[in-house]
Design a protein around this ligand. Structure first.
Ligand code: M6R
Length: 609
């Protein structure tokens, strides 16, 4: 949500800012703006709507010359999307400009204080309060003024600040909202996401909470909350620029679906050596693993659905109770996290605010926190006791695909690693699962090769206004993800139900022509799944079924449409089963003409509550 880019150097800033903001478009926004120092004063241009509107307004940047500037894509929180509420927000003199991600929780009281001092406000935003307050405290030393403001504002924020009185520098500030500094030659950058920087530099500094940084052409100096200089480690970003480009595909989502076998190879292959699971820098001792009494999985959205699969698969192989909790619920429910409890946090972005808050709460309660994260150096990764990266590469489409499958794979590896230490899996089964994990990318390729069948079914059913996903056990967990994929990008109402629950209410919604996606991949419960298919068919439902090769024949006679996936170990079925569901949602959304990569009202990373 929201994006920040800043540049100081010798090149023209505006085109660099526009390009950086384009790379952040995927995060979701409703307006955009830039502030550039033109040699005499700050020039600000802002526009509601797509970035193209802003770009046209400033002629691709040519209309605002200058070599230092800040840019922003805004997702409205305080004040409706409008030109005036867009960022940068400026102080009353127009000499201080601020871009901001996050929320200033005590902005109303601060605004009142400033209004009482006679400061006029132009916008409804919390961000303008920051710009005005900096000016209020500014008496020739910008860093000191920003420091004083930081002691007064509460909330989550990443800030980029530019002042006409010291136009050779930018100030960056971070608390609970990501901000990354990019180091160039004779130029430096700031951005809320590494994708905005990667065309210019691969050397980055990850700011910590409470830190400030002063960027000039010559260098970057970071400071702690007390304005004492701190030395920072420089990290190298090693993924290719192509990873964040569409590379000939029409949509990022489709590209990312197709990338899954390769992403799985990266996540899994280096972690299996000589028939054993190897987890890099794994900080949990065998004694700790043996002392485990309970595992909490905490996450949001699709990452939560990975947790739902994890509940079934981890309990099966570890014989330890696993409780899955939505991060937004966990944080307010006074969770019972005692000795012997491991909190497993799952997040693609590593910046989801609710997940982050749950992680902090778990740590406060004394739990060890292990996270499965995609974005390297993200807040959740840095604050966890142990982090396992999914190595899926940048995921740009709002609807997650390759992050989901790699999260599942890492969770499977973790389950096997623990099971080995707990002695809860027979040797033979342990090796059989490992073997299947190694075969998973190739089997997924087989599923992807048959994508035209799924496209055909999408063409048959894309007009249904309501779809039910039913399944039992792992198939139920899989249905949750299939249903979310469909609703978020095609805007079709859909629900996932544990098939055994149908009779307890939901079946009353089934009537002639209702589409039911029946998930029947789990061998142990296949007969039960068949019964549920018969049940909904006899009430008039159209049934699109998903099963394994082994059960193809049995299902063929019943379902109106049938998708099959290769046979594999039950624990890995959701990893294969999710791919046709992703493709199905994709093709349905395509046929309905939806904005697939940037669905309405959604942001890639939810950094507000
Ligand atoms: O970055 P995270 O994994 O923490 O994000 C969690 C959810 O916001 C995310 O999975 C969301 O549900 C996706 N849009 C699903 O496709």
């Amino acid at each position: 949500m929201c994006g920040i880019v800043g540049y100081v150097g010798a090149q023209q800033a505006a085109p660099i800012l526009l390009d950086g903001l384009t790379r952040l478009e995927y995060r979701g926004y409703d307006s955009a703006g830039v502030a550039i120092y033109d040699g005499a004063e700050l020039k600000v241009a802002k526009a509601k709507g797509r970035l193209q509107v802003l770009s046209d307004l400033i002629q691709g940047g040519a209309a605002i010359p200058g070599t230092v500037g800040i840019g922003h894509t805004r997702w409205a929180t305080h004040g409706a999307p409008s030109d005036v509420n867009s960022h940068p927000q400026v102080s009353r003199s127009g000499r201080i400009a601020v871009v901001h991600n996050g929320i200033i929780e005590n902005y109303a009281a601060l605004k009142q204080f400033l209004v009482d001092q006679g400061v006029p406000f132009a916008s409804e935003t919390d961000t303008e309060v920051v710009a005005q307050l900096i000016e209020y405290f500014y008496h020739g030393d910008l860093l000191q003024a920003v420091g004083r403001v930081l002691h007064r504002i509460q909330g989550a924020y990443a800030l980029g600040i530019l002042c006409a009185d010291c136009p050779d520098q930018l100030i960056a500030v971070r608390r609970d909202s990501p901000l990354i500094l990019g180091i160039g030659a004779g130029e430096n950058f700031l951005a809320s996401d590494v994708t905005a920087l990667i065309r210019h530099t691969r050397e980055v500094i990850y700011m910590e909470d409470g830190e400030l940084a002063v960027l000039t052409r010559e260098g970057i100096q970071c400071y702690n909350h007390f304005l004492q200089p701190v030395d920072k480690e420089i990290s190298h970003v090693d993924w290719e620029i192509d990873a964040a480009e569409k590379g000939g595909y029409e949509h990022f989502m489709f590209k990312e679906i197709m990338e899954q076998p390769q992403a799985l190879r990266r996540a899994v292959f280096p972690r299996i050596r000589d028939g054993e699971v190897y987890l890099e820098d794994f900080g949990l001792s065998d004694a700790y693993i043996r002392s485990l009494r309970k595992i909490y999985i905490v996450a949001c959205g699709s990452s939560y659905h990975v947790g739902m699969v994890g509940k079934y698969s981890l309990e099966r192989v570890l014989r330890i109770p696993v409780e899955v909790s939505l991060a937004s619920e966990f944080r307010y429910r006074d969770p019972i996290v005692g000795e012997g409890t491991l909190v497993l946090v799952i997040s693609q972005s590593g910046e989801t605010l609710d997940t982050m808050a749950a992680l902090r709460q778990a740590k406060k309660l004394g739990a060890q926190v292990l996270s499965i994260v995609n974005v390297v150096g993200s807040s959740i990764a840095r604050e966890s006791d142990v982090v396992l990266y999914t190595w899926a590469g940048p995921e740009i489409a709002v609807a997650t695909t390759k992050a989901y499958t790699t999260q599942l794979a890492v969770l499977d590896l973790l389950g096997l690693y623990f099971a080995r230490r707990l002695g809860t899996l027979e040797e033979e089964e342990y090796h059989a699962i490992l073997q299947e994990l190694l075969l998973l990318p190739a089997k997924m390729e087989q599923v992807l090769e048959h994508r035209e069948d799924i496209q055909y079914y999408a063409s048959q059913y894309f007009n249904h206004d309501s779809v039910f996903y039913i399944g039992r056990n792992l198939d139920y967990a899989l249905g949750l993800e299939g249903s979310l994929k469909l609703k978020e990008i095609s805007y079709i109402h859909s629900e996932a139900y544990a098939a055994g629950e149908l009779k307890h209410g939901t079946i009353s919604l089934i009537e002639d022509g209702t589409l039911v996606v029946a998930l029947a991949t789990y061998d142990a419960l296949f007969d039960k799944a068949m019964n549920n298919v018969v049940e909904v068919k006899s009430r008039g439902a159209d049934v699109l079924a998903l099963t394994t090769q082994a059960h193809r024949e049995a299902m063929e006679t019943l379902a109106s449409g049938l998708i099959t996936i290769p046979d594999t170990h039950p624990m890995l079925l959701p990893s294969l089963g999710v791919v046709p569901l992703q493709l199905y949602a994709y093709y349905v959304a395509l046929m309905r003409g939806c904005d697939i990569d940037k669905p309405r009202n959604l942001a890639k990373s939810v950094t507000v509550e």
